[in-house]
Design a protein around this ligand. Structure first.
Ligand code: NAP
Length: 264
């Protein structure tokens, strides 16, 4: 049995990337709290992980788009004394191009990908800041950086996750709270079945397995990265992009419009 490293709460732990987080965090010695809607799958994962690793695994079935369920999980995050790590992984994709998905799907996407993630992030950040330690991992997406290449609303929800994580890391980093945004590319999970897309249409060399994705994300966390892009071969490319963004800073707010608009 490995040494206990504190409790980790993982949302979206019933399948795909969240399930891989549950496995690998247990192997690292974390007790687990698993959250998703499918209680049967969560229970089966909890029993197996507990048996194989010896960590304690609690199951909290919840629909994070339901205000009552979200409030219950938020309160759990706020009051669970041993909580050291929150992984916000639950997320929902679109059904095809932006204008093809029904409006209520976008309501659900905003509720899950944005509202629930922010609610749990703030609850954890407050608790961790009071304690002076704790880590929040938010699963964004590579399309946060390329909204032109995927459903715009989904990409925007993932850009929200990226901006929230980077902004909050700057706000609370000094209080012992660590934040990481993980930007997966295409990953072989039920995500595509749920959206009706055919992962078989995507070139195999673009598709990562969830175990490899999470192993890289945890390596990035260990290395202190605020943003982890598991597929990106050369970190210098991301650093150059961030440096260019920060170079805009001093010129993003001036009393007069730029000369190119010819306003005198
Ligand atoms: N797969 C990719 O290519 C890819 C790429 C970039 C980013 N991502 C992101 O990775 C994250 C995980 O997705 P995945 O690829 O692992 O897909 P997945 O296998 O479909 O997993 C999604 C998870 O979210 C949970 N979930 C969905 N709706 C929920 C709700 N209303 N309340 C609570 N839990 C809910 C699901 O469990 P239940 O159905 O049991 O509730 C499931 O555990 C998502 O945030 C996704 O946007 C995926």
């Amino acid at each position: 049995m490995t040494q206990n490293t504190g409790t980790a709460l993982v949302t979206g732990a019933s399948s795909g990337i969240g399930a891989a987080y549950a496995e690998q965090l247990a192997a690292r010695g974390h007790d687990l709290i698993l959250v998703a809607r499918d209680a049967v799958r969560l229970r089966a994962a909890a029993d197996r992980i507990g048996r194989e690793t010896g960590v304690s695994v609690e199951v909290l079935p919840a629909d994070l788009t339901s205000p009552a369920d979200l409030a219950a999980i938020r309160d759990h995050v706020a009051t669970e004394a041993g909580l050291q790590l929150l992984v916000n992984c639950a997320g929902l994709g679109p059904l095809g191009p932006s204008l093809d998905s029904p409006a209520d799907l976008y309501d659900g996407m905003l509720d899950l990908n944005v509202r629930a993630l922010q609610t749990l992030t703030f609850a954890a950040a407050r608790a961790f800041a009071e304690r002076g330690s704790g880590t929040i991992v938010n699963v964004s997406s590579a399309v946060a950086l390329l909204p032109e290449r995927f459903n715009a609303a989904y990409a925007a929800s993932k850009a929200f996750v990226l901006a929230l994580t980077q902004g909050l890391a700057a706000e609370v980093g000094g209080k012992g709270v660590r934040l990481q945004a993980v930007l997966p590319g295409v990953t072989r999970t039920a995500f595509f079945d749920r959206t009706g897309a055919d992962i078989g249409q995507i070139p195999a060399e673009m598709i990562m397995e969830p175990d490899a994705l999470v192993a890289a994300a945890l390596a990035g966390l260990d290395a202190g990265e605020v943003v982890t892009i598991p597929s990106l071969p050369d970190i210098a490319d991301w650093q150059a992009s961030e440096a260019a963004r920060f170079r805009l800073g001093p010129n993003l707010s001036h009393r007069v419009p730029a000369a190119r608009y010819g306003l005198g």
